[in-house]
Ligand binder design. Structure first.
Ligand code: CTP
Ligand code: MG
Length: 230
């Protein structure tokens, strides 16, 4: 049986957070956010972890995160790219021949090993699945002037989280095709599969605590959520 791999993305700059360091290195209870993210995967059924980091941050990440906390599943630490999809592709290339791959935002440190295991279970059946939760607010579609043009039925809307899990050859095929197109405009991995292949993507129940740390107020709640993690 081929191995399962998690690609953890930590090559972003954290512009919207506006901190001195990239948000994945901000500390909660003396440990970087990235520690909590990796820990969940380390304790899950995933076989290997590929860490995608910013240019020149490989050494720092190895010393301050991988070695410092003695993680055993990290197989590669590689440099990411300009956009998130470039970083994903770098991760996919080093993941090599594996059965399934879970792609996760390093900036979502509150996921549980249970959620990872459930996603892994689902992808074996569905080939492409993403984690998400029902939208709580009413969503409006607006035009460039701010005028409301549509109010989609709320019960059909889901917020999309990560992990996003795929059959490895399927996601590789989708990404390879993506890079042959012009004007790439994708915001998650599922969208690459949805637009490049005729493959159905399924949603798995996520967790409202599995938020992405994006702006400073997110850090306040993440601190609470991480309170009981060792
Ligand atoms: N990411 C990445 N490579 C990029 C851009 C983003 O690996 N070129 C990662 C981030 O590190 C993060 C995840 O993708 O874990 C989600 O991206 P986002 O929340 O947008 O993070 P940043 O790009 O760092 O933040 P911002 O957009 O505010 O600059
Ligand atoms: Mg970004």
């Amino acid at each position: 049986m081929k191995k399962t791999v998690a690609i953890i993305l930590a090559a972003g700059k954290g512009t919207r957070m506006g901190a001195q360091v990239a948000k994945q290195y901000l500390e909660v209870d003396g440990r970087p956010l990235l520690y909590y993210t990796i820990k969940a995967f380390e304790e899950s059924n995933i076989d290997e972890i590929v860490l995608v980091v910013g240019k020149g941050e490989e050494g720092y990440c190895k010393e301050k995160v991988a070695d410092r906390y003695a993680f055993t599943k990290i197989s590669h630490i590689v440099e990411g790219g300009k956009e998130r999809y470039n970083s994903v592709y770098e991760g996919l290339k080093v993941a090599g021949e594996c059965s399934y791959v879970l792609i996760h935002d390093g900036a979502r440190p509150c996921l549980t090993s249970e959620l990872i295991n459930e996603t892994l279970q689902e992808v074996k059946e569905k080939k492409a699945c993403v984690v998400g939760m029902p939208v709580k607010d009413t969503i409006k579609v607006i035009d460039s002037r701010g005028q409301v043009v549509d109010t989609p039925e709320r019960s059909t809307l889901m917020i999309t989280q990560t992990p996003q899990a795929f059959d490895y050859s399927l996601i590789m095929q989708a990404y390879k095709k993506l890079f042959t197109t012009e004007d790439i405009n994708v915001t998650d991995d599922a969208m690459v599969v949805e637009t490049m292949l005729e493959q159905k993507v399924f949603m798995v129940k996520g967790d409202y605590q599995n938020i992405k740390v994006t702006t400073p107020e997110d850090l306040v709640v993440v601190r609470q959520f991480l309170k009981y993690v060792e």
